[in-house]
Design a binder for this molecule. Structure first.
Ligand SMILES: *Cc1c(COP(=O)(O)O)cnc(C)c1O
Length: 419
């Protein structure tokens, strides 16, 4: 694509954007003069779809009018509510419906998955994560190691080479070649939260499986952003939250994926509750536990309907717009963003995210040499909402659902003045 560095060109791109109307389906926060914020933190908390309130209102109304009968008589009977989310969620991550369920929150799901899939022995017990893993994932695997009587030193870090920021898959191959016999599990962020690097998940699965290691993927920064094709990738499990690119509200529930190859394995150790017990006999309270097949077999509790209503609102919108169309716009939008940043004449700015659009989602991580957090504050003063990571990186995610080419143009114009 041949981009031009002008506001007119940005306006033309917006006019030609087949998804330009979708922005109007979201609340965009505004400054005191009524001007839209330039919101680039959909990677942290996605904006609110205007329909979300109606979806939640429906459930509040049915609760008011029906009380407990809402489980069966509500417009969307609560008993089956999580099932209404499954097909659309499965499409977003490229999975079969039986491989996906929405439940709990992300870190909780990672732990429940590790109960089943991190089964260390005396000889094969180590865990591999990426060195820049999100802190919650690191704490989670460290605590699993300790829970099983191992030490934090049994965590192996896949790190970028000296002087580099991005991960090189050949280095993972080396780790697995040399230490694979001692490694029980890999848990890797499909899209790294810090650099925005989108890793080759299928290849990671192949590398891990070559030495019989379980492969799990955290898709917190992937779901709704890139197309991970989870089923085809062959990874054993995955989990992701829905409040980032999936616009389902602060602290909303998370997704969980268990590959079909494990769907019928009732011998996998796991925790149990009434919600992973056979649906047919769930209310016959005296039955021995009979676990369900597929991802639903990891649920424990009856889920919070109000949070699921917000997820349903968002997933219905994803279904309407489609991941293919979003991804197509996303590559253009982030490409334009990258082009404009590279046009700033300074050696202070460097993008650490991969240049290849296939190796990134929408986020660009921009390193500004000799900057400190005051730069982030100055951007905030212009109502440009970005995310600052010490020591000197601004993370910026133009989200194809609601960000425009003009957002990107205006943001870079102000950044240029500030540096
Ligand atoms: C956002 C994020 C989390 C957050 O975990 P919660 O359990 O939802 O609080 C965890 N891991 C990664 C990689 C994330 O990006």
């Amino acid at each position: 694509m041949n981009y031009q560095n002008s506001l007119d060109f940005a306006k033309q791109l917006d006019e030609r954007d087949p998804l330009k109307e979708v922005r109007n389906k979201f609340y965009i926060p505004k400054d005191t003069n009524g001007k839209d914020w330039l919101y680039f933190t959909g990677n942290s908390l996605g904006l609110q779809p205007k329909v979300t309130a109606d979806y939640i209102q429906q459930e509040l109304k049915d609760w008011a009018n029906l009380g407990v009968e809402g489980h069966f008589e509500a417009k969307n009977p609560w008993l089956h509510y999580h099932e209404y989310l499954t097909d659309n969620m499965a499409k977003i991550v490229g999975a079969k419906p039986k491989e996906v369920v929405v439940m709990n929150t992300l870190t909780t799901n990672l732990h429940l998955l590790m109960v089943s899939f991190y089964r260390p022995t005396k000889a094969k017990y180590k865990i591999v994560i990426e060195s820049d893993a999100f802190p919650s994932d690191r704490y989670a695997v460290q605590s699993q190691l300790k829970f099983h009587g191992f030490s934090e030193n049994d965590l192996i870090e896949w790190r970028p080479r000296r002087g580099e920021e991005l991960l090189n898959i050949e280095d993972l191959e080396t780790i697995i070649d040399e230490q694979g016999d001692e490694i029980a599990m890999l848990l890797v962020g499909g899209v790294n939260y810090y650099t925005g690097q989108f890793l080759d998940i299928k290849r990671i699965a192949k590398i891990g499986h070559s030495k019989n290691c379980i492969v799990g993927i955290d898709l917190a920064h992937g779901a709704g952003n890139i197309q991970p094709n989870l089923h085809d990738s062959g990874v054993d499990f995955a989990a992701w939250c829905t409040y980032k690119y999936l616009n389902s509200g602060p602290g909303s529930l998370a997704g969980l994926f268990v590959h079909e190859k494990h769907a019928k394995n009732k011998d996998l150790p796991r925790f149990a509750g009434w919600w992973n017990h056979n649906k047919e006999t769930r209310f016959n309270m005296r039955m021995p536990f009979d676990v369900m097949e597929g991802a639903e077999g990891w649920q424990l509790s009856n889920p919070p309907i109000l949070s699921m209503a917000a997820i349903k609102a968002s997933l219905d919108l994803f279904e309407e717009v489609g991941m293919d169309a979003l991804r197509e716009k996303s590559e253009k939008l982030t490409g334009f963003f990258e082009f404009l940043i590279n046009q700033i004449e300074t050696d202070r700015i460097r993008i650490i995210t991969p240049k290849n659009p296939k190796e990134r989602g929408c986020q660009l991580s921009i390193q500004v040499k000799n900057a400190d957090k005051s730069l982030h504050q100055k951007l905030m003063d212009h109502h440009i909402i970005t995310d600052w990571r010490e020591p000197d990186v601004i993370r910026c995610a133009p989200v194809p659902m609601y960000n425009s080419f003009q957002d990107v143009y205006q943001m870079v114009s102000i950044l240029k003045e500030l540096v």
